[in-house]
Design a protein around this ligand. Sequence first.
Ligand SMILES: Cc1cc2nc3c(=O)[nH]c(=O)nc-3n(C[C@H](O)[C@H](O)[C@H](O)COP(=O)(O)O)c2cc1C
Length: 350
Amino acid sequence: MNASRNPLCARLGIELPVVLAPLGGESASAALVAAVSNAGGLGILGAAYMTPARMDEVLAEIRSLTDKPFGVNLFCPQEWKCDAAREAAFVAQLSVYHAELGMAAPQIPERFEEDFESQFDTVLKAAPAVFTFTFGDLGRDRIAALQQRGTQVWGTATQVREAVHLASLGVDGIVAQGAEAGAHRGTFLGSRDEGLVGTIALVPQVVDAVKVPVVAAGGIADARGVGAVQALGASAAAAGTVFLLADECPISSAYREALQQGQDHETVMTRAFSGRWARGLDNRFMREFAAAELPDFPIPNALTRPLRQAAGKAGRAEFLSLWAGQAVALSKRAPAAEIVKNLAAGWRDE
Ligand SMILES: Cc1cc2nc3c(=O)[nH]c(=O)nc-3n(C[C@H](O)[C@H](O)[C@H](O)COP(=O)(O)O)c2cc1C
């Protein structure tokens, strides 16, 4: 394709309007981000769960692997409160699973999340080509500070009113995350259900509502999905789930096998692992915690981490957060560069 005719590609200096959507947690990998950028797309690092020191290391590793543009993603700080009774009930429930895996009883960690301001300072210093955020509103001042360092800022919206709000703060692009998407919903206005707008409905309405480029995400897993979002007016296509099966993605074999068997009807919305709504392959943990009164995000996320890590090592997929989007069955094991090429084949010359 002729990248110079796509304004988003031209502005970023990338060849293909294909984005590796940020994948936080165990799937965050310098090798994957660099492979996507080296293949002509834009790799974005999901850094939300990293300490600032770890972010520095991973960013240096990405830079050692590519001189192409790449992005970094963080979660916007959330308001949450401790509720000792809920925490205690959750820990008591979790301890049954710990015992089943032969683990010591769950402990309350020193902190439930990383310090956002330090993470943000790390991004400011690193000045990546793109910074993306989800779960809310980064604030005008932070957006402007990034832009002054030459970083383009994209905010995640799951409905038109969120996109309009983010655009009013001066973002350079909107990631329109449809309901099909794997893992956490970016929704920050209204209820969970209000934020479950499908990609085919969301993208053209966001395109009509804002003046900045729109990056479509949610259910895009092959050239057909990319062609579809181009027709809907998107400036680029972002994919997450399909890259989980990339050779460079360091997920556990239990997670990989579950993804390889996953079907479209098997992903469901859950709060079980983290306290925040997310889409993943249904499993025992989700079912058994479906009715639980959970502490606020990010408390359950921190409390379930040791169990998830042990389950990954033990090959026990029933205790893993098997984040996956509705197009999971279109994903196939391949090098990231091949996945980028397959996706980009759907973008027609502009
Ligand atoms: C395993 C996994 C982890 C994710 N982590 C993040 C994250 O840290 N930050 C974020 O903004 N989005 C995250 N997402 C959402 C993706 O960026 C993107 O919106 C989604 O994957 C697109 O839909 P798809 O999975 O159908 O391709 C994650 C998705 C997956 C599957």
